[in-house]
Design a binder for this molecule. Structure first.
Ligand code: TXA
Ligand code: MG
Length: 340
């Protein structure tokens, strides 16, 4: 059988058919500006349960609910002043807000992992918007990767993964422009905004809108640790060696910036540069795709250049630290509590 044809079998641009598949309780992979999502009807326990099964994700880890507009989200959660300001500034876009859930709003308890809060997001990608409008309801969607693995930023990443056999359709929206998951903001018991997961919107931009610094995440007993906060995560198969000024013999190099040594002793250094101009947004957009390419060479270790910690660099460094963390023995069989 022709492998290419087989891999593309689920890939489509038919939004109406994808929305119909969601209505039937099926799983649909769709592009967002951050990463591809694995979507299901958020009001259906059965559909949401299929997400957990496909990803190998523990049911204690709640999902982000995607909606077409900020008005739609306000029917599901209680907004507050800071949330309103953030929504106006960044929606549609790579921001997720964790807010008190309105009881009886119809979201599956499984999608909420039984919590009193709900994570909501209004994605900007035109195909995500088209799908949400055609479906006309809340869509639960984690990143479309097997738990603990790199998030997909191209339709082919999903088509090639074991997830593909669980889904009715993969909507192809090209490469994700942001390339890192959304920034997640929650509120502590005093109502102060907290950074639960650094992501596609830089902390500095959020603090500028709020006019106050973001608190570090606390994890009250009533809330789970966002798995994005756990040690080993977003991991390729190869080991990562961080803050490497140059690769050692046998390593692949994930470089950054104009000064990266891409040759030594007249020989090309094997690897890729996340952004030869030193642009952190470009580096974020390339991060997962380049890690995949280097991982697919079968190399044992990927050496990663130092990345500045400012702006989107905070989220890039966060993902790199988790990808570099020691892995549980059976990473490939979905370690407990380490998934998004
Ligand atoms: O960019 C994104 O956010 C992508 C795209 C597809 O929208 N989605 C994504 O979903 O990254 P996922 O499931 O991979 O990560 C969602 C994170 C998890 O760390 C989860 O624990 C956290 O959101 N989360 C969800 N509901 C929560 C809640 N009520 N309180 C605290 N954390 C929550
Ligand atoms: Mg994830």
């Amino acid at each position: 059988m022709n492998k290419t044809v087989h891999k593309r079998a689920h890939i489509t641009s038919d939004v109406a058919a994808a929305a119909a598949a969601l209505k039937r309780g099926g799983l649909v992979v769709f592009p967002t500006e951050t990463v591809y999502g694995l979507g299901a009807d958020a009001t259906s326990d059965a559909a949401v349960s299929a997400i957990y099964a496909a990803k190998g994700r523990p049911a204690t880890n709640p999902l982000i609910i995607h909606l077409a507009t900020a008005e739609d989200t306000a029917r599901l959660v209680e907004m507050n002043d800071a949330a309103e300001r953030l929504a106006r500034a960044f929606w549609p876009g790579p921001l997720t807000l964790v807010l008190p859930y309105r009881p009886q709003a119809g979201v599956s308890a499984l999608a909420r992992a039984g919590l009193e809060t709900l994570a909501v997001r209004v994605p900007a990608h035109p195909l995500a918007q088209a799908l949400l409008r055609a479906f006309d309801g809340p869509v639960a969607a984690p990143s479309a990767n097997v738990s603990g693995r790199l998030s997909p930023t191209e339709a082919e990443h999903v088509a090639e993964s074991p997830l593909a056999r669980h889904v009715a359709a993969i909507l192809d929206g090209g490469e994700c422009a942001v390339g890192l998951e959304s920034t997640i903001i929650g509120f502590n018991e005093a109502g102060e905004p907290q950074l639960l997961r650094p992501g596609g919107i830089a902390r500095e931009d959020i603090e500028a809108v709020l006019g106050q610094p973001l608190r570090a995440a606390t994890t009250p007993a009533s809330q789970p640790t966002a798995p994005g906060q756990l040690a080993s995560h977003y991991a390729p198969r190869a080991k990562l060696r961080l803050n490497a000024l140059a690769p050692e013999e046998g390593e692949m190099y994930l470089a950054f910036g104009p000064d990266a040594p891409m040759t030594t002793g007249g020989k090309a250094v094997p690897g890729l540069n996340l952004s030869p101009s030193g642009d952190l947004a470009e580096a974020a957009a390339n991060l997962y795709a380049y890690l995949r390419i280097l991982d697919d060479t079968g190399v044992d270790t990927i050496a990663v250049a130092p990345i500045p910690a400012t702006g989107l660099g905070e989220a890039i460094n966060d993902r790199l630290r988790r990808a570099a963390a020691p892995r549980p023995a059976k990473q490939r069989s979905a370690p407990q509590g380490e998934q998004t």
